[in-house]
Design a binder for this molecule. Structure first.
Ligand SMILES: C[S@@+](CC[C@H](N)C(=O)[O-])C[C@H]1O[C@@H](n2cnc3c(N)ncnc32)[C@H](O)[C@@H]1O
Length: 245
């Protein structure tokens, strides 16, 4: 039996274990994602996007910091109560100091990122919602990190998540994404098991080509400093939503 998105209790997402495994330090893979995305964000006029969305934000703040360079408002959307509670705490109180080096790198690579972490997070609102239910043609920019392929084991459902991601932006809206490559179901912390759908650059190109224009798909190698999720690295994507999205 393969696991679908609705089979999973996302409220049980192990925030502390996930952060400890992935985001307490800037790993080389994070730096590569930030450098890749910053090159795209630098081409967008600062503050020119009225409303952006981070699809499946989880407890990861660096995509929000990147988007703050161009966005006047950012909706950080996630299905999980535990992730939304973490985001709200970060936004309403002081963010964890571990995010400061992420902010410094984002700002070094794009001076349009606000000067302090607090200012970068000021336009962010945490929203508990299903990304598949986001209203169509609502946002000027959508980004998504490790969600469509980390939220199901069904390739058809992976495709549905990607379609929802593209559909929530206006035609011509910006798209920024990262995917784990060839990652099967995975474990976080000592016990919990989560769905994974192995995808590679060709599969991602095939899903996005009919929905987008100016799409670029880039592979980065597996990072030995991260936990072994049996992946083959990451796939990074930028593009612009087409009319068919
Ligand atoms: C592998 S985590 C990635 C988290 C984060 N984006 C990051 O970069 O680390 C997958 C995330 O997708 C969220 N998620 C799963 N299904 C979802 C859905 N249907 N709608 C919104 N978020 C969902 C989970 O709660 C989790 O935060």
């Amino acid at each position: 039996m393969i696991t679908h998105n609705d089979d999973v209790d996302w409220d049980r997402w192990p925030v502390a274990d996930y952060l400890a495994e992935n985001y307490r330090d800037v790993h080389p893979a994070d730096a590569a994602v930030i450098a890749h995305h910053s090159a795209f964000y630098r081409r967008i006029a600062p503050g020119s996007v009225a409303r952006s969305v981070e699809c499946g934000a989880g407890p990861n703040l660096y995509p929000l910091i990147l988007a703050s360079a161009v966005s006047r408002r950012i909706d950080a959307v996630d299905a999980s109560a535990s992730n939304v509670a973490y985001l709200e705490e970060q936004l309403l109180h002081r963010p964890d100091a571990s995010w400061l080096p992420f902010h410094a790198l984002c700002r070094e690579l794009n001076p349009a990122v606000p000067a302090t972490l607090a200012k970068a997070l000021a336009p962010v609102y945490a929203v508990q919602a299903d990304v598949r239910s986001l209203p169509p043609r609502t946002y000027g920019l959508a980004s998504m990190h490790f969600v469509a392929e980390g939220a199901t084991e069904d390739f058809a459902e992976f495709t549905l998540f990607c379609r929802a991601f593209v559909r929530c932006v206006v035609p011509g809206g910006y798209l920024v994404a990262a995917f784990m490559q060839d990652m099967p179901a995975y474990r976080i912390g000592p016990a919990s098991r989560w769905p994974g759908c192995p995808v590679d650059p060709h599969a991602i190109e095939a899903v996005f080509a009919p929905l987008t224009r100016e799409v670029t798909v880039t592979h980065i190698d597996s990072d030995p400093t991260l936990p072994d999720y049996a992946d083959a690295g990451m796939v990074l994507l930028t593009g612009v939503a087409g009319e068919a999205g």
